[in-house]
Write a protein that binds this ligand. Sequence first.
Ligand code: C2E
Ligand code: MG
Ligand code: MG
Ligand code: MG
Length: 292
Amino acid sequence: HADMAMYLAKRQGRNTFHWYSHDMTAAMNERVTLRRGLHDAIAASQFELHYQPLLDADDDSVRGFEALIRWQHPTEGLVSPATFIPLAEQTGQIVAIGEWVLARACSDLVALNRKMGTHYWMSVNVSPLQFHGRDFVDSLVRILRDTGLPARQLCVELTEGVLMENANATIDILQTLRGMGIEVFIDDFGTGFSSLSYLKYLPIDKIKIDRTFTRDITTNFHDSAIAQGIISMAHHLGLNVVAEGIETEEQRIFLAARGCDLFQGYLFARPMPLPDLSRYLGDRDNLAETNA
Ligand code: C2E
Ligand code: MG
Ligand code: MG
Ligand code: MG
């Protein structure tokens, strides 16, 4: 990456070179700061989970949530998971962070379902190192037991990359999870350059169409073709399809017409902390009663 940036900068002349070089140094310093900070972040309670609703495409009812981690860094401010999760993967911190996420997401869901008298599910992103770690299944079992969450209310989201590595070990773990009643989603589907034939062997439940396809679905012929292909293929394989990143009514209509099963995106709700989520669900209930 650095070579590429340098190459581009040089092609554009000396002045821009200093810009790139300065940005690159800043970015490297930031990564060093963040990597160091990750170590204490759990103990210092700097992580928080936000929850984004997933809605049934048929009737717009909320079915579950995706847990999305947030890091409030003492000096850097709010850091995106897209920045720090890859760093945590590199340092191995992701294993502890991932366990914290699972435990918190499960206990928050239990509290929410108890309070509202509902059976929503929770979907949690699991990174490759965490998934292939020695204690992954054990920690899941322990967390479900400690929180009292029924396994069928938990889903794990894995990316294509995780599923391609170590195919046999992966299938064993997936079978164990599904044996317990946990659902498995493939996240960011279509971005991983992987062979489709693996879908035939993998015990999974749902596919999430990546946000980059949803984004241009109504304007870009290729993206709409790919999205329709994914939906149709998934349905033929007996899998459900979630579209993530829905921001417009046009996108929703397009995806609904093609049979997409679940919706997720800013059009419906942004990821939010638990108290806001609770209020959001309460408001929806009240609205439904008023309309009834
Ligand atoms: P992801 O799992 O694909 O999560 C969906 C991302 O899309 C989230 O970004 C969410 O906030 C965003 N999103 C949802 N709807 C919309 C929309 O309508 N428009 C736009 N522009 N964005 C939307 P976020 O929260 O920044 O997370 C980024 C990625 O970081 C996640 O992508 C996931 O790969 C990773 N991540 C987040 N939390 C965790 C975690 O607890 N563990 C692990 N291992 N990875 C996580
Ligand atoms: Mg996800
Ligand atoms: Mg995704
Ligand atoms: Mg994505």
